[in-house]
Design a protein around this ligand. Structure first.
Ligand code: PMV
Length: 409
């Protein structure tokens, strides 16, 4: 049999109703369900290639950031350097081998190579897109008969939602085979939606989500109430608002759920402070923008870090960008602050001349008011994305040759 090679590209996802807390640490089963939006792979994506080579050695080679390591299944409590959580990798491999179409799934050497099209310095988490890619590749090369989102979840919880495009729901589930994600609505359902990431900090977060949520489960008395609220009300409300394309209700709930997640972080002992003063300044900025017409036009959401994700419809995008430009990028070209080529094209297409003079005056006055409060330049990168359609099989852009040797190292 010839070597088998598969390459996938997957995008990160942003949770609209957030997951925080596990009922099972090893199997990564969440305490509450969550709903997310998948970003566009053309803007941000991880790319992973997996090559299976018939061999008696059954070795596993992992190449990340141009460093290759051979990973064995001894002492799974230790990670393979900084590269990968060994235990999670072997949980995924065990799962795939138990339920696959290959006659003897242990007779293969596995070569894995992964990279991101976005710099780690741009502050975007890559574990969701990276593990979704790995799950998609493993499922394909091993002819896996199970659910690919279960496989991705075993690598990193939120990765199960990056296995699909559009609006995705991850169901809590009573056990591993039930804790799966599914598409609620495809990307085409709401083409007017835009996602803007404002990268305020590009350093690694102080407390990882794995450790943070463990502490929350152990110490927060607020968490059970949040879990109940999400399960009993918020998931179905969010699904309804997306179905009806009711933006103002959608946006309000996105912000409330982000706030409630950070309240639970504060209620953790010792407390988890993921938001910083810059994040709070952006929250204030958005609230002021929403106040102008007494209409919720933009929503913010923050994950386990200070960086902000904005949701806005096409109709309000131009004014939002005009205000952002006048508060945060007054003396510089917006295009110098971008994270990707696609965002540059998006910014070049914006036309502030379409805003009438009276509105411009109103926005400039608000910009002056907001700028007076804090003159600092706080946004390091800006990334624009539409809703993504999900993973892309891209064997033409393989990172490994057919013998499993990295192509660009
Ligand atoms: O899957 P993890 O360990 O990256 O945790 C993700 C946690 C949040 O991003 C804060 C919320 C979510 O649902 O994505």
């Amino acid at each position: 049999m010839n070597n088998i090679s598969v390459t996938y590209e997957c995008a990160p996802n942003i949770a609209l109703i957030k997951y925080w807390g596990k009922s099972n640490e090893d199997l990564i089963i969440p305490l509450n369900g969550s709903i997310s939006i998948t970003l566009d792979t053309n803007v941000l994506c991880s790319r992973t290639t997996v090559v299976l080579i018939k061999s008696n050695s059954a070795k596993i080679y992992v190449t990340l950031n141009n460093v290759t390591q051979i990973i064995d299944n001894t002492d799974l409590t230790k990670n393979a350097g900084d590269l990968i959580n060994k235990k999670r990798l072997f949980t995924m491999l065990d799962k795939v081998r138990q339920n696959c179409g290959l006659e003897n799934p242990f007779e293969f050497e596995i070569r894995i190579c992964s990279s991101n099209n976005f710099p780690t310095a741009c502050g975007m988490a890559s574990s969701a897109s990276g593990f979704a890619c790995l799950a998609k590749c493993l499922a394909k090369v091993f002819d896996y008969k199970g659910d690919v989102s279960e496989l991705a979840r075993l690598g990193s919880g939120s990765a199960c939602r990056s296995c699909f495009g559009g609006f995705v729901k991850w169901n809590t589930g009573a056990n591993s085979s039930e804790s799966l994600s599914t598409v609620l609505f495809p990307a085409e359902h709401w083409p007017e939606m835009n996602i803007i990431a404002l990268i305020l900090e590009d350093e690694k977060k102080a407390v990882s989500s794995t450790h943070g949520m463990k502490d929350t489960v152990l110490t927060s008395k607020l968490l059970p109430q949040r879990v109940k609220l999400v399960e009993e009300e918020r998931l179905s409300m969010m699904e309804q608002f997306i179905r009806e394309k009711n933006f103002s209700q959608f946006a309000k709930l996105v912000m409330q759920d982000s706030n409630s997640f950070h309240a639970v972080c504060m209620d953790t002992y010792p407390p988890l402070f993921y938001l910083n003063d810059k994040s709070k300044e952006i929250i204030h900025f958005i609230n002021e923008f929403n106040k102008i017409d007494c209409r919720v036009k933009v929503a913010y959401s923050f994950d386990a870090g200070p960086n902000c994700f904005l949701f806005v419809l096409d109709q309000d995008l131009n004014e939002l960008m005009f205000l952002l430009k006048n508060v945060y990028f007054l003396n510089e070209d917006l295009c110098d602050k971008i994270g990707t080529n696609e965002t540059k094209i998006f910014l070049e297409k914006l036309n502030f001349d379409r805003i009438d003079e009276q509105r411009k005056l109103l926005l400039i006055n608000l910009a002056i008011k907001l700028s007076n409060q804090n003159k600092s330049t706080i946004i390091k990168y800006l990334i624009h994305s539409k809703i993504g359609s999900g993973p892309v099989l891209n064997n033409n852009n393989s990172l490994l040759d057919l013998d499993g040797i990295p192509k660009f190292v």
